[in-house]
Design a protein around this ligand. Structure first.
Ligand code: SAM
Length: 284
């Protein structure tokens, strides 16, 4: 296809692109940090792109948000304080706040424009999370917050853009080192680590850093259709016992939490840590 008029084309990788048909362009502007667009696609609903890269779609966001919240929160078992780095669309906060046990969520987003805009154009994604009194929204660079803060958290979720532009700093050894110091005892750090089939180096680098920092480190996976190229990897680092929780324990916690999910099940939780050979090879 040579004429891509009316399509939103993402060129994140050197030799692979993906395109979504734009039925409508709802918004298109520079925020000062990045170029922000919202388009409407018949299958995926509203789609948010930053610098041309799909960040979130109404159609498949549930997979990403459920797997980056319920896996660490239910593995932890008593998570009360959660830190989200990035997450401007509010979907991660929404899922974390579905746990009644969670007393406090701090969300550190660098770009107030993404938050304001998501409230207006993507209200289904945050679904009221920004109004929850348990949410503390901080507009700041997540790396700076991590370095300067003296608070600790039971679960830290890095819901970043890819390692280009303002998100680059969130993939550095220094950032991961600071993140570790912000974990309470038994705390768990999870990160979005891209699609290893196309972004293998990104996963290898993060895993090297985690290996040096944590007793239990690795990654788990889920397929999100608009993060093209196969399953996405989520980094996992902890000095606690979270990974070894048996299925029965996770099931009991899940049912007690009383949360209805569309993707997460305790079985999927356990299975997500089983890695295909090509991904295992990327780990140090
Ligand atoms: N799910 C998406 C993906 O994997 O492509 C990413 C989600 S999007 C909500 C990521 C957010 O991280 C954006 O709102 C962006 O503004 C924010 N972000 C990027 N760099 C940041 C930084 N250094 N500190 C805090 N937030 C940052």
């Amino acid at each position: 296809m040579t004429d891509m008029t009316g399509w939103s084309v993402e060129r994140l990788h050197a030799d692979h692109a993906q395109a979504l048909r734009e039925d409508k362009v709802l918004y298109d502007s520079e925020t000062g940090h990045q170029r922000l667009r919202v388009i409407e696609n018949p299958t995926f609903g509203r789609v948010l792109t930053l610098d041309g890269v799909v960040q979130v779609t109404e159609g498949d966001e549930f997979i990403y948000h459920e797997m980056l919240t319920h896996v660490p929160i239910l593995a932890h078992g008593n998570a009360k304080r959660i830190l989200i780095i990035g997450g401007g669309d509010g979907g991660m906060a929404r899922e974390a706040l579905r746990h009644d046990n969670v007393e406090h969520v701090t969300m550190v987003e660098i770009d107030a424009g993404v938050v304001d805009f998501s409230k207006k154009y993507l209200p289904n994604i945050s679904a009221g999370a920004f109004d929850d009194p348990r949410l503390n929204l901080v507009i700041e660079d997540g790396a700076k917050f991590m370095k300067d803060s003296d608070e600790t958290f039971d679960v830290i979720i890095v819901d970043s853009t890819d390692p280009v532009g303002p998100g680059e700093v969130l993939f550095t050894d220094t950032f991961y080192g600071h993140a570790k110091t912000r974990l309470a005892g038994g705390g768990i750090l999870v990160t979005q680590n891209g699609v290893p089939f196309l972004q293998g180096e990104e996963l290898t680098n993060t895993m090297r850093a985690f290996q040096a920092l944590f007793d239990d480190w690795g990654c788990y996976m889920a397929t999100i259709p608009t993060y093209a190229g196969g399953p996405m990897a989520f980094g996992w680092g902890t000095d606690g016992p979270g990974r070894d929780e048996p299925l029965e324990v996770l099931s009991a916690r899940f049912h007690k939490a009383g949360i209805e999910t569309k993707y997460y099940t305790p079985e999927v939780h356990k299975a997500a840590f089983a890695l295909p050979g090509y991904v295992k090879k990327l780990l140090p």
